[in-house]
Design a protein around this ligand. Structure first.
Ligand SMILES: [Ca+2]
Ligand SMILES: [Ca+2]
Ligand SMILES: [Ca+2]
Length: 299
């Protein structure tokens, strides 16, 4: 029963487009996923479009979709940007457990010390994992976690040793694979019947305030319509924010990974980056010498 309901929800789109060949072969960017886009010093990793459901119910002609996740490294901060389409308050639609459930955005997961967004925290390997609450929420996917009471988290705050919930819908990967649809990234559990992406914070050891922040902006995304062979604007929300590098131990020449998925856990998107190396003393000297020279010339 769960399977049937979930197909009616997140997978309704698959039934609608199965007849069309190459439904996931947009002309641009042809190198999704793993393609890169640059904007204002940000580097974005492009996810597939439409590796998630659309038409999640007649009332909401809206897919569960994530298009890209990216980062910009400044001296003090890691800044992030996520382009996806759920509004902050979420929307009502069916899921595997109920005809009407609230689907909400997930939280941001940050792995420091590895490019693998699913790397387990490990002291000897210098890998740690952090979460930033992208919305203020508590126990929002209670259908999957009956009886559990999650602590409330606050939009923009940083959480240490956070526990993650996984997706609400089941068998997404299996269905996509069996129907030759693409999705990315691979989930880490090797189980094609469970949506094991990290979605929402469901517990934590420590809450850190004032070291991170989140901002939501309505910003349409250009999507490709395979049937019409043309671009169209999709309702979308962009989530941007920042975290102090020192708050997450993100030093020089260090790999990090960002991961985001909505509460249904179907479409996930990941980005890997590396922070710049320690500036060499020689280059600092050159900068200092240049400044002195400039001052001397101005005199
Ligand atoms: Ca996607
Ligand atoms: Ca899985
Ligand atoms: Ca994806």
């Amino acid at each position: 029963m769960r399977t049937l309901i979930s197909f009616a929800a997140c997978f309704a789109f698959v039934l609608a487009v199965t007849a069309g060949a190459n439904a996931y072969n947009p002309p641009w960017p042809s190198d999704q996923p793993g393609g890169t886009r640059y904007e204002n010093g940000f580097e974005f990793t492009l996810d597939y479009y439409n590796d998630s459901g659309w038409d999640i119910g007649d009332a909401n002609d809206l897919p569960y979709e994530v298009w890209e996740v990216g980062a910009r490294i400044t001296h003090d901060r890691l800044e992030f940007s996520i382009w996806q389409n759920l509004p902050k308050d979420g929307i009502d639609g069916p899921d595997s457990y109920s005809d009407s459930a609230r689907q909400v955005p997930g939280d941001l997961w940050i792995v420091v010390g590895s490019c693998d967004p699913f790397a387990e925290p490990s002291d000897p390997d210098g890998i740690s994992r952090y979460a930033i609450a992208l919305t203020t929420h508590g126990n929002v996917v209670e259908q999957k976690y009956p009886g559990e009471v999650w602590p409330e988290v606050t939009e923009g705050n940083l959480y240490l040793n956070a526990e993650f919930a996984t997706g609400t819908y089941e068998e997404y990967e299996e269905f996509m694979r069996d129907n030759d649809y693409w999705y990315w990234p691979e989930q880490p559990d090797g189980d094609f019947t469970q949506n094991s992406y990290m979605t929402l914070i469901k517990g934590f050891e420590e809450e850190v305030t004032g070291r991170s922040g989140v901002n939501w902006t309505y910003e349409p995304y250009w999507n490709w319509d395979e049937d019409a062979q043309d671009w169209y604007e999709e309702d979308a929300w962009r989530i941007t924010g920042w975290v102090d590098r020192s708050a997450i131990g993100l030093g020089f020449s260090t790999d990090f990974a960002l991961f985001y998925s909505q509460s249904c856990g179907n479409d996930g998107a990941a980005h890997c980056g590396t922070t710049p190396p320690i500036p060499e003393p020689g280059s600092l000297f050159a900068v200092a010498a240049g400044l002195l020279l400039a001052r001397k010339r101005r005199r």
